[in-house]
Design a protein around this ligand. Structure first.
Ligand code: GRF
Length: 213
């Protein structure tokens, strides 16, 4: 964890990032680091797909990056063991999932207990799963949102760190709602990682998350 001196974090938090797709949240993290609003260092980006555009973003930012492929995931435990080993070797303190479409298993979770972060495009525990924005839109909810939580073995069920509500407006299309949700994600996710870097986030014995300050 980043050291804290007089409330100021001095050493960047070392994070590994898991992606599968466009990597716009990876980009938001890269941009926040460059802007100086996030005191973190991305030590390794791993994609579950070799064709993920997020790998291009990692390359352009000069970040170490690797890709697994479908064959790796035929044995989920081997794939996750490999991920844990790669992130440990790179010196990652936390793993940040940013649009990662594969399940993390105990090989990763045990190596990084309460140190694997996920971003979900709905207000958990509502609308779990891979189609959360569309599911919320089709259900006709008036408020949906985004959730940042610690990952655990139960999909989309780990301790919630932060949430942001987003109203579904009259006349919204699914695309309009998606755009607002992604904008909100790009703001909130780097902020939560910065809180981790500042050592302000803890999980209590009831598995509830507290944020100091
Ligand atoms: C985001 O909506 C995130 O909430 C979900 O997958 C999407 C990833 O987008 N888990 P990107 O790859 O970061 O652009």
């Amino acid at each position: 964890m980043g050291e804290t001196v007089c409330g100021e974090s001095v050493r960047p938090l070392k994070i590994g990032v898991l992606i599968s797709g466009s990597g716009s949240n990876l980009q938001a993290i890269i941009d926040a680091i460059e802007a100086g609003t996030l005191n973190a260092e991305i030590v390794l980006v791993i994609s579950s797909r070799p064709d993920a555009y997020g790998l291009v973003r990692a390359e352009q930012a000069g970040l170490p990056h690797k890709a697994l492929n479908r064959e790796w995931y035929e044995d989920a435990s081997r794939a996750n063991g490999h991920l844990a080993g790669q992130f440990k070797a790179a010196g990652a303190e936390y793993i940040v999932m940013a649009g990662y479409m594969r399940k993390v298993t105990e090989e990763v979770l045990d190596a990084f207990p309460d140190r694997v972060l996920n971003l979900h495009p709905a207000l958990l525990p509502s609308f779990k799963g891979a189609h959360a924005i569309a599911d919320a839109f089709e259900a006709g909810v008036k408020v949906t949102g985004i959730t940042v939580h610690f990952a655990n073995i139960e999909y989309d069920k780990g301790p919630i760190i932060a949430q942001m509500p987003i109203a579904v407006e009259e006349g919204d299309t699914l695309e309009m709602l998606e755009a607002r949700i992604h904008d909100a994600e790009h703001g909130l996710y780097p902020q939560v990682i910065e809180m981790l870097a500042q050592g302000r986030i803890s999980v209590d014995e009831n598995r509830k998350v507290h944020i100091d300050g």
